[in-house]
Each structure stands twice: as C-alpha cells, then as structure tokens.
Ligand binder design. Sequence first.
Ligand SMILES: Nc1nc2c(c(=O)[nH]1)N[C@H]1C(S)=C(S)[C@@H](COP(=O)(O)O)O[C@H]1N2
Ligand SMILES: [Mo]
Length: 438
Amino acid sequence: MDERSASPIFTLPGRKNIGLGRHFHGFGVTLWLINGLAYVVLLFGTGLWRRIVPTSWDIFPEAWESMKIYAGFGVPDIEYFTLYDALQMLTYTGVIFILAPFLILTGLAMSPAIRSRFPRYVRFWGGHQGAQSLHFIGMVLMTLFIIGHVGLVFLVHPEYNLPHMVFGVTDTARYAQAFTIVLITIVLVFAFWIGLSYASLINRPLTQKILVTLTEPVRKIGLNWMKPRMHKQNAYTEKELSEFHWTNGLPPTEDESTEWLHHRDTGWKDWRLKVGNALDDSSIELSLDELKAMPKTEYIAVHTCMQGWSATSKWAGVKLTDVLDLLGPRPEGANYVMITSHGLAQEMWDHRPREPFYTVLDLKMLDEDNTILAYERNDRPLDIHLGAPLRLRVESNHGYKMVKWIRSIEWIRDYAEYGDGRGGTREDGAMQAFNGVI
Ligand SMILES: Nc1nc2c(c(=O)[nH]1)N[C@H]1C(S)=C(S)[C@@H](COP(=O)(O)O)O[C@H]1N2
Ligand SMILES: [Mo]
C-alpha cells in the first residue's frame, strides 16, 4: 500500500508505474550492456585502449596538476588534449573498468533468482539492502560523470573538442556547426524521453507488452536456469531473522470475504484449500491439518517487494507440486497453475470492481524446490497480515507472485483467459512481468 507516485521528471514513465519503470530499466540496461560490450571489444581490438588506460604511475601526479587547474576554475592548455589528459584517462578507466562493472554486479545482486541460488553472493554486498544502496550510489556517480563529462566538453576548448567529436577533425572553423549539432542532439534526447513518458502513460498495456517481449529473452538466458536451493544451504542463520516483516496487502475485510473472517474466528477448523483442474472442473479439498501432515519443507529466505523493502524469514510449508500430485498427474494441456486469494486486489487500475488477488505460475516456477504453500513463519503459524492460514512462496521471484490468504489452486490451460490476461494481479494492474526473477 506504500506505492508512491513519482514525478515523470525523474522517472520513466512516472506516476504510479514502478512496473513499467522496471521494464524500461531492463530494456535500457540491455542496450547499455550490448553497447558496453561492443565498446570494450573495439577498445582492445583497435588498440585505442592505450589512449585511455594509464600505463605509468606518473598519471597520478599529472592528474593532480590538472585537478588543481580545474579547482581554480582554469583550463589546462590545449597541448594537454592532443591525447587524453591524465585526469581524463583516470576518469575513463574508472568509469569503464570499475564503476560500470560495479553497477552490473550490485544490480544483479537484487535479483531474487540470483539471491535464492547464490545467497552468499548477495551477502557479499551487504544483503539486498546493501546492494540496493551501493547500486544507488553507483547511479549517482554515473550521473555526475555524465553531467560533468558533457558539461566539460562545452567548457574546455570547445572550439577544438566539438568539431573533433562531430566531424573527426580539429577544424575550429566548423565550431558553430558542431556546437549546433551537439545541442540539437541533446534536445532530441530530452524530447524523446518526454515523448516516451507520454506515449507509455497513454497506452500502458501496449508498453508493457513491447518491453516485456524485448526483455524476456535476457531473463530466460541469464536467470531462468538458476534454481533456488534454499534448504540445501545455510547462508542465513536464525540470528538474521527479521522480527518484523513489512506487509503489502491487508487481510480480507467484511466486504472482501466473510468466509475467510469466519474461518479466522473459528481457528481454521472448517477452512479448506480447493485443489482443482479448470480443464475438466474436477477438484478436491484439503484441510489445514491434512496439509500439515504432508512432507514439510523449511528454509530461511529473504523476501523482496518492488516497493523497495526486504525481510528475512524462516518459512515452512508443503511443496506446491506435492499438493497438486494429490489430484493426479498434470492434466494434458494444463501448462499453468493459478493461485487465488480470499482477499481482493487493493484497487483495479481501470477502477472496475475489485477482483480476487491471484497469480499464475508456469511449469518452471512450479518445478522449483522452494515453491511452497507456507503455513508457518519463524516457527509460528503465519501471522494474519502475512497470509494466514496459507500463503505462496516462490523464492526465485519477487514478492508480487506470493499470494496470501490462499483460497484455491488450479491447473489452467492459459492465463490469457483470466483477469487482463497478463498472469496475475500485479501483472494486470502494476504491469509487472509475469516472470519475476529480476
Ligand atoms: N492476497 C494478496 N496477496 C498478496 C498481496 C496482496 O495485496 N494481496 N501483495 C503481494 C505483494 S506485492 C507482496 S510484496 C507480498 C507481501 O507479502 P507480506 O505482506 O507477507 O510482506 O504479498 C503478495 N501477496
Ligand atoms: Mo510487492
């Protein structure tokens, strides 16, 4: 419920669109990675690296001299710029070989797929919050570099720099022409950004579709092969359990589900989980005691919500596939499982009447050892606000997949037939990706 509206001046596309913002981030990062890779290959392939990477310790005193000149609002003489000057070399090397990899590594540490497969890697960065803070600091440094770098082009011998950048020759007579081209380019970049914000806000579903199509291959190739194995490792100990687990979504109220309220007040005695097959309408029902009698899976894991917070908990429950197996083998043509809550979505993005909160898992998510129906947290029955009596945990994904106050689980043919057809309440309303591995 703590989703905030962010100004489109700082975000893309802005307002309450963290889902779309994440897709733009994913797409931008993909282009940035390809660009960076091509750059580094060419840097070494062409020998240009010798102009950028310092090879002598003299670089530090020389850079210090330049620094002193800039600090006095002066500009080093033009002969320092026939090649890059010492300060430029140090900055470029730092940005290309330290800052950029740092951003990649801290960014990856925020992926639940990586966290659930390599928890120690995330711990190395100070946990999820550590990685998030470091990634933010890296972003600020990168922004300062871009502003400083572009700014200095206009301040330090621009009559040489700009023609050189635009035309490849140091022809001061073409300064005005080069200046105009660079200025128009910068204006176009800003216009593109503003236009993109407007276009995405006008058609959010189409924006989601295009961006997810473009980014899904990277998720598939880069992250889908990582299977969580929380119970096989003890990267986290009981000491690290969060006493308080922040919440997203409040328990069902009177107008959401009198049924759930009745079960809550009678100690879940008559509560039943419906396990069904929507293809032939068959189903069975399980009580909480029956679920608890099944083989128990237990592990410590970190939960992350899109809205920024995280919490460490010990979860215990039964594997989702074990429960589905009670119904028989996977029905032919059933490629997904839909999990539906007693609670309703907090609000519908198009203001239609609120529908039950739901999510859909594909066979890959189902197949993971740490996809469970949890009935305990930190050795106690689930708290009411955390999903009592039963909630979903899919450790390879972000929190938005993890339905609380579960009412039913069912085999379905395709999620296109339910809700807005994107495979879950958060996918429908907040435009999140069906695949929540990053
Ligand atoms: N029924 C229901 N389940 C839900 C939600 C909700 O609003 N309603 N929010 C989801 C989101 S976005 C997150 S991050 C987690 C939060 O789980 P917690 O409240 O246990 O921290 O629950 C998920 N499951
Ligand atoms: Mo969330």
